[in-house]
Design a protein around this ligand. Structure first.
Ligand code: GLY
Length: 341
C-alpha cells in the first residue's frame, strides 16, 4: 500500500511517502542537485538502485557518528560543488539520518535534506522529529540541532535485508510508543511476537505508518521538547546511561530502561502493568533486565540533557497508553538507582 501525508512543523513541512520504491526519489528531488549519503553496508546491498546519483559512502557504525565524519561529508559536498540549492539524502539507519540531518543543517548554514530510512528503528523513530546530531566521547547526541527533513521516503524493500538483531531494535521504540500513547497498538503487539509479525506485511506496514504518524503528531505539538515530546524519552534515561556504560545495543538498553521506569511508576503513580510490559518486551526478543555499574551509570545520568538543575524529567506510566512527565529530584533518583536489585 502506498500513501502520502504532510505534517507541518514550525519552520518546515515534511512530506511522508509510505511504501514507494526507490524510483520515487527522482520525483521528489532533482538528481542533478542531490547528493546521497549511505554507509558501506547499505551501499553494498542497495547501491545499484542508485546508479547515476552522486553518492558519499562512509563506514558503518555508531562510532562514526562524530564530528570528523561530518567534516568528511562536508568535504564531499564541497568536492561535488554543492551549493545552497542542493539536497542531501540520508539512506540508512539512525546513524546516517543523524549525520545527514546534522551535516545538511550546518553546510552553508543549512541546505535541504531528506531521508530514506532502511531500518525499522529509523522508520519509526530516528528519521522523525528533526533532532539530528553527533556523539562526543561517551556522551550520545551531545551536539546537534532540531531541524526537520523536507521528506521521508519509506521503501518497504529495505526491510527484506534487515538483519535479525535490527528488528528488535525497532520494536523497542514501537513498544515505547504503545506504552506512552497507544494502548490499542499495545494490544495488537501482544497478539503477535517478533517472528510472526515480521512476516505479516499487512499488519507490519500499517503498524510502521501508525508509529511514524504517532511520533510526528507528538513532535508537531511540541517540536522543541518543552512538554509532550518528553514522553518519547520513556525508557531512555537509565537506558541511555546503561547503553553508554555497558555497550548494550540501543534497543536492549531502552527495553531495560522501560522495565525500570515501570517499576518506578508502581510506587509513584500506582502503575500496575509492569508484567504486561515485560511479557511484550520478551516476545519481541529484548531483555527485561541487565546488571549495571551503579557509580558509572550515575556519572552518565548527571550529564543527561533531561536533567534541569537538581531535577530530572523522568517519564513514568500511569497506565498502558498513558505516559506522564514526572520531575524527580536528582538525590531521590540517585537513591532509587542505588537501591535497584
Ligand atoms: N531524529 C530523531 C528525533 O528527532 O527524535
Amino acid at each position: 500500500m502506498e500513501g502520502h501525508v504532510t505534517y507541518r512543523f514550525s519552520t518546515q513541512k515534511v512530506d511522508y511517502h509510505f511504501g514507494f520504491g526507490a524510483s520515487r526519489l527522482s520525483a521528489i528531488t532533482d538528481r542533478k542537485s542531490t547528493v546521497l549519503l549511505m554507509d558501506e553496508n547499505v551501499h553494498a546491498l542497495h547501491g545499484t538502485r542508485y546508479r547515476g546519483w552522486e553518492c558519499i559512502v562512509i563506514p558503518p557504525g555508531e562510532r562514526f557518528k562524530v564530528q570528523s565524519t561530518v567534516d568528511g561529508i562536508i568535504q564531499g559536498l564541497i568536492e561535488r560543488k554543492a551549493d545552497r540549492q542542493f539536497t542531501l539524502v540520508g539512506i540508512g539507519g539512525g546513524v546516517i539520518t543523524d549525520l545527514a540531518g546534522y551535516a545538511a543543517s550546518v553546510y552553508m548554514r543549512g541546505i535541504r535534506f531528506g531521508f530514506m530510512p532502511t531500518t525499522l528503528l529509523a522508520m519509526v523513530d530516528a528519521s522523525i522529529g528533526g533532532k539530528n546530531g553527533i556523539d562526543v566521547g561517551p556522551y550520545k547526541n551531545m551536539v546537534g540541532i532540531i531541524r526537520q527533513p523536507a521528506f521521508i521516503l519509506y521503501d518497504w524493500a529495505f526491510l527484506r535485508t534487515l538483519p535479525d538483531a535490527q528488528w528488535s531494535e525497532g520494536f523497542a521504540e514501537i513498544i515505547k510508543h504503545a506504552c506512552i500513547r497507544d494502548a490499542t497498538a499495545f494490544r495488537l503487539l501482544a497478539t503477535y511476537d517478533i517472528d510472526r509479525i515480521r512476516r505479516k506485511k499487512e499488519i507490519l506496514h500499517p503498524l510502521i505508518e501508525r508509529n511514524a504518524r504517532l511520533k510526528s503528531a507528538v513532535v508537531r505539538r511540541d517540536e522543541f521538547e518543552r512538554n509532550e515530546r518528553r514522553l518519547l524519552n520513556f525508557g531512555h534515561t537509565l537506558g541511555h546511561a546503561i547503553e553508554t556504560v555497558h555497550g548494550l545495543s540501543h534497543g536492549s538498553a531502552v527495553a531495560v530502561g522501560m522495565v525500570l521506569a515501570c517499576r518506578l511508576s508502581e510506587t509513584r503513580t500506582g502503575f500496575k502493568g509492569t508484567e504486561s510490559v515485560k511479557s511484550l518486551i520478551e516476545a519481541y526478543g529484548l531483555p527485561t533486565s541487565h546488571p549495571f555499574h551503579v557509580t558509572k551509570v550515575l556519572d552518565v545520568l548527571r550529564m543527561d540533557k533531561k536533567r534541569v538543575s537538581r531535577e530530572m524529567n523522568y517519564i513514568l506510566l500511569e497506565r498502558i497508553g498513558k505516559g506522564i512527565v514526572h520531575g524527580l529530584p536528582m538525590d531521590e533518583l540517585e537513591g532509587w538507582v542505588r537501591s535497584i536489585r
